[in-house]
Design a protein around this ligand. Structure first.
Ligand code: F6P
Length: 548
């Protein structure tokens, strides 16, 4: 039943990888290309509308063989079966991990405690479909009988980042509804959003799996007060809906039972955009597009489940990440989508990747003595090039970077698209090849610089290259391809968690700060309460109280 508990560093493959690493550590990518004639083709996976090129990685065929051996030795295949079949792989919370079931076809069978959950999933999908259609076509009206113009998603973490990222990513497919996201407990966030809204034509979607989250409940309460300044109490049921597992708490908040879109404990917050948490996506782009997103994710699920590991996109990319994290000791990885629509993609991935795999206790309950969770960050290209690429090209840190691009643009401006994509290709080429001392000297000579100027400037203009990149070229940004892309990262998170022997689906690390904030809030709002803190925290609280 339980996941394997193999310390990866005790496997044969790990030992072989360590020895192998010493032989390849300083080998330049240019050499790897010269040693392997068909490298660019051999290290490419062409699947559906995805073209994944990992040949610009500091790996040889032997590296890949050993990484695949590692995947076998840690029991990846049997762990995958447990993941898809609904075993309780979130052992520390006693839960199944079944976001994949949300994108299954209707006739699939997925049992949770002996019950097939597909019927419930499709009942909620039908409710999302019906509700989205009614709002979009204007049949559902607010308390003054006007159609809705604006939708506000109130949620945080997984109840915000997924929908917010997808709504922006699918901006091209959006309908007339304006979509807003309120997440931060910073009151300036909610008030800034509210000042643009008309209560008569705004629909509020409160999204909280637990319905206990301070930020979401505070924002929802503030919004309801604002709403009731304009509207009668009876109007609340027309303007507020909720997505949650906690039906009782939602009802206690004053939301009509009919206005609740249920979700389930077997869907983790950061993997929940496929559930009713995606209601604002369905409202923004229509249910058909929401469904295409789910279908794309399902295709990736099938690819992951059935493809041999050596041609399996989530498996290969996860193992490459392990290679850099644990052998090169890279501190972070960058994700650079060459699409402005994917502006929030890295932010979204940060929760998925870092909340899942930022763990230091293994599945035996023991402290880990190797590196786990990667730090992920990024911004769309070409903006990123003008911000932090200097450090990737010439800094001291090794930062594997993933380039995601689309062959076709959505608005069809070919001139812009070619400029964008020329940068996309040029960057990975430059990162790999760099610029040699001789090339720099020749270039400066051609510019007519003096011998002494050339000597002074040359060291600064050399690029070592040998910076690893993945290139993922996708045909076009569509709901379906976006679904595939997100699911690819979800499965990668799973694979890395299995290799690192950690539990990827809990998030106890976010609890302590929440607990302490509650204690401090009591002090901030009640003069008579003074709790014990360290000197620094006490001073800061005192100073804040004197200044606010
Ligand atoms: O940040 C911790 C966390 O529990 C996330 O995992 C989750 O996505 C977020 O808070 C929001 O939780 P909820 O949907 O229960 O409000």
């Amino acid at each position: 039943m339980a996941l394997p508990t193999i310390n990866p560093t005790t496997t044969n493959a790990w030992r072989k990888l360590q020895a192998h690493f010493k032989t390849i550590e300083h080998v330049h990518l240019k050499t790897l290309f010269s040693q392997h004639e068909n490298r660019a083709n051999d290290m490419t996976i062409n699947w559906e509308d995805f073209y994944l090129d990992y040949s610009k990685h500091r790996v040889s065929e032997e590296t890949m063989t050993l990484l695949l051996e590692l995947a076998d030795e840690v029991g990846l295949k049997s762990a995958m079966n447990k993941y898809f079949e609904g075993d309780i792989i979130n052992q520390t919370e006693g839960r199944e991990v079944l976001h994949t079931a949300l994108r299954n076809p209707k006739n699939a069978v997925v049992n949770v405690q002996g019950q097939n959950v597909m019927e419930d999933i499709y009942a909620v999908k039908a409710k999302i479909n019906e509700f989205s259609n009614q709002v979009i076509n204007g049949h559902l009206k607010g308390y003054t009988h006007q159609s809705f113009t604006d939708v506000v998603n109130i949620g945080i973490g997984g109840s915000d980042l997924g929908p917010a990222m997808v709504v922006e990513a699918l901006g091209y497919y959006k309908n007339q509804l304006q979509t807003h996201f309120v997440s931060n407990v910073d009151g300036d966030h909610v008030h800034e959003v509210l000042k643009t809204l008309n209560p008569e034509t705004t629909l509020f979607v409160i999204v909280s799996k637990t319905f206990t989250t301070q930020e979401t409940l505070s924002n929802a309460t503030t919004i309801r007060h604002w709403f009731l300044k304009h509207a009668p109490k009876s109007a609340v049921s027309k303007h507020f809906v909720a997505v949650s597992t906690n039906i009782e708490k939602v009802k206690a908040f004053g939301i009509d039972e009919n206005n609740i879109f249920p979700m389930w404990n077997w869907v983790g917050g950061r993997f929940s955009l496929w559930s009713a948490v995606g209601l604002s996506i369905s409202l923004a782009v229509g249910f058909e597009n929401f469904n295409l997103l789910l279908q794309g994710a399902h295709k990736m699920d099938e690819h992951f489940k059935t493809e041999d590991f050596d041609k399996n996109i989530p498996v290969i990319t996860a193992l490459l990440s392990v290679w850099y994290n644990n052998f090169f000791h890279s501190e972070s990885e960058a994700v650079i989508p060459y699409s402005q629509y994917l502006n929030q993609f890295a932010t979204y991935l940060q929760q998925g990747i870092m909340e899942s795999n930022g763990k230091s206790i293994d599945r035996n309950g023991d402290k880990i003595n190797y590196q786990t969770g990667t730090i992920i960050w990024g911004e769309p290209g070409t903006n990123a090039q003008h911000a932090f690429f200097q450090l990737i090209h010439q800094g001291t840190k090794l930062i594997p970077a993933e380039f995601i691009g689309f062959a076709k643009s959505l608005h069809g401006d070919q001139d812009h698209q070619d400029k964008l994509m020329s940068n996309f290709f040029a960057q990975t080429e430059a990162l790999m090849n760099g610029k040699t001392k001789q090339e720099v000297i020749d270039e400066l000579k051609a510019q007519g610089l003096s011998e002494s100027d050339i000597a002074t400037l040359t060291p600064f203009k050399i690029f070592d290259g040998n910076k690893p990149t993945t290139t993922l070229l996708i045909d076009k940004l569509t709901p379906e391809s976006l679904g595939k892309l997100i699911a690819m990262y979800e499965h990668r998170i799973f694979v890395q968690g299995i290799v690192w022997n950690i539990f990827s689906y809990d998030q106890f690390g976010v609890e302590l700060g929440k607990q302490l904030a509650n204690t401090i809030l009591e002090e901030l709002q009640n003069e008579n309460v003074i709790n014990n803190h360290d000197g620094s925290t006490s001073n800061l609280i005192k100073y804040y109280k004197s200044q606010r």
